[in-house]
Design a binder for this molecule. Structure first.
Ligand code: NAI
Length: 247
C-alpha cells in the first residue's frame, strides 16, 4: 500500500504547473485526486491522464475567488468519493504593475484569487474534516514573494505574505482537531505563470543558486511529502523550494 492510499485530496490550480505535477505525484502514491481549476478542459485532461495510469481522479470547474464555489467543490468531493482528507490551496495568478498604477481593480483581483481563495479552502475544508472526523492536511501555496518585496508586485506580495501567516494561524487553531496546515514557498518555477519572455526568465534563473529555473515536479515532491504522515511533526511552517533564493 502506498503512502497516500485511501486519501481524497482536492488540488486547486490542478490543471497546470505545480498543481498538475502534485496531482500526478499524489495519485501515483495512491491518493484520489479532485483536479479543481477555472480551466475545465485542462482539469479534465489531468484527470484523464491520472485515470489512464490506473489512478482515480475527477475534474471540477471552480473559481477559487468565490467562497460558495469552494464550498460546493468540497461538498461535491465528499458526495462523489465518500470522504475528504486534504486540500492543496494552490491556484494563483500574477498581475504586475507599478504601484502608482495599482488601481483597486488590479489590487483586489490578485487578493481575491491568491489570498481569499486560501481562506475559503481552509475554512470550508477544515469544517468538512471536523464534521467527518478526519485528521487531514491543508497545504497552501505562498511564494518567496511572501517574504521579499518585488517591483510591480504590491498585490502579489500582500497576498502571499498573508498566505504565510494564514498557514501559521490556521495550524494553531486546527491542531486540536488533528488537522495540520502547511505552506510551500516556491522560487521561480518553469510554469505558464512566468509568461514567454525568455530574457526575463533567464534573469530570474540567475537568482537561484544553480542559475536555473526550478521544475514544477520539485515543488510537487515537497508538497506530496507535506501531505504524508512522515511530515506529521511539521505544522504551521512554510517550506521554501527556492534553490537558495531566500538564503
Ligand atoms: P500555472 O499558471 O501553471 O497554474 C495556475 C493554475 O491556477 C492554472 O491552471 C489556472 O487556470 C488556475 N487558476 C487561476 N485562477 C484561478 C481561479 N480564479 N480559479 C481556479 N483556478 C484558477 O502557475 P503555477 O506556477 O503552477 O502556480 C501555482 C501557484 O504557485 C500559484 O499560487 C502561484 O502564485 C504560485 N507560485 C508560482 C511561482 C512560479 O514561479 N511559477 C513562484 C511562486 C509561487
Amino acid at each position: 500500500m502506498s503512502e497516500h492510499t485511501g486519501k481524497v485530496i482536492v488540488i486547486t490550480g490542478g490543471a497546470s504547473g505545480i498543481g498538475k505535477e502534485t496531482a500526478l505525484q499524489l495519485s501515483a502514491q495512491g491518493a484520489t485526486i479532485v483536479v479543481a481549476d477555472f480551466n475545465e478542459e485542462g482539469a479534465k485532461q489531468v484527470a484523464t491522464e491520472i485515470e489512464a495510469t490506473g489512478g482515480t481522479a475527477g475534474a471540477y470547474k471552480v473559481d477559487v475567488s468565490k467562497g460558495d464555489e469552494i464550498k460546493a467543490l468540497i461538498d461535491w468531493t465528499v458526495e462523489k468519493y465518500g470522504t475528504f482528507n486534504g486540500i492543496f490551496n494552490n491556484a494563483g495568478i500574477g498581475l504586475v504593475k507599478p504601484f502608482l498604477e495599482m488601481d483597486p481593480e488590479s489590487y483586489h483581483k490578485v487578493i481575491d484569487v491568491d489570498q481569499h481563495s486560501v481562506y475559503y479552502g481552509m475554512y470550508y475544508g477544515a469544517k468538512k474534516m471536523v464534521e467527518l472526523n478526519v485528521r487531514g492536511t491543508i497545504v497552501n501555496t505562498a511564494s518567496i514573494y511572501g517574504s521579499v518585496a518585488a517591483v510591480g508586485s504590491f498585490n502579489y506580495n500582500a497576498a502571499k505574505a498573508a498566505v504565510v501567516m494564514m498557514s501559521k494561524s490556521g495550524a494553531l487553531e486546527l491542531a486540536e482537531h488533528g488537522i495540520r496546515v502547511l505552506g510551500v514557498a516556491p522560487g521561480f518555477i518553469e510554469t505558464p505563470i512566468l509568461g514567454n519572455d525568455k530574457a526575463m526568465k533567464d534573469a530570474l534563473a540567475t537568482q537561484h543558486m544553480r542559475g536555473e529555473l526550478i521544475q514544477p515536479e520539485k515543488v510537487a515532491s515537497v508538497v506530496t511529502f507535506l501531505f504524508s504522515d512522515a511530515a506529521n511533526a511539521m505544522n504551521g511552517t512554510t517550506v521554501a523550494v527556492d534553490d537558495g533564493f531566500l538564503s
